[in-house]
Ligand binder design. Sequence first.
Ligand SMILES: [Zn+2]
Length: 239
Amino acid sequence: MRAFAHRKVLVLNKNFTAIGVVSLPRAIVMLFSTDCAGEPKAEVIDHEIVGRYDDGRPQYNITPYTWEEWSEMRPKDGEDAIHACRGTFRIPEIIKLSQYDKLPTQKIHFSRRTIYKRDHSTCQYCKKKFGTEELSIDHIHPRSCGGQTTWENCVLSCVYCNKCKADRVPKVSQERIGGKMKTVYLVSFKDGKKTWTVHLVQPNKPSYNFFRGDIHYESWKQWLDAAYWNVELANDNKD
Ligand SMILES: [Zn+2]
């Protein structure tokens, strides 16, 4: 079991939407857990390749199994397995929740690491790239004035920009950018007598871009939308 502690399992919501990634031990706990009616909280989604589409993508046969059913299946030849005292188990790669998401997805993904990743370690005000220790997370609408700690209100800021921005409240407006109406902030800065204004488009809550480089198994790909994969290819050289 120890060797598998770093293995990841993709978590799907009840409607088969990918909502996160958990460690294998956590996934097994979720499979063992039952709700108040005694029903399992999650089940394993098996993904047997049954053919290929014209463009080469694998075509899967998707079968859900409870842990009880899954634990009775024997690993196929050459397949990694969990060797436990009670027997040998196949390793789940995908699980699906039986109820709608109870995982705090925003909390799971909203971390320093993911903010750094979203903003490409770049100060969003001066657009310069910095080392980790020179950047901090800035609340666009200051926390002292009720600004929330959300994807939409937090950006990376360098020490200098952070100091010059201080607790100034930005002006908010709506602008059409790339065919879409977006919230735009005009943030004012002050350093001594010098003042200037930075135009900042409200950052997004990222979608599955956070799986970038973290796709552990081919079986996960079908659950992540086509748009994500196109972005992935287009941006490959930028990372
Ligand atoms: Zn800066």
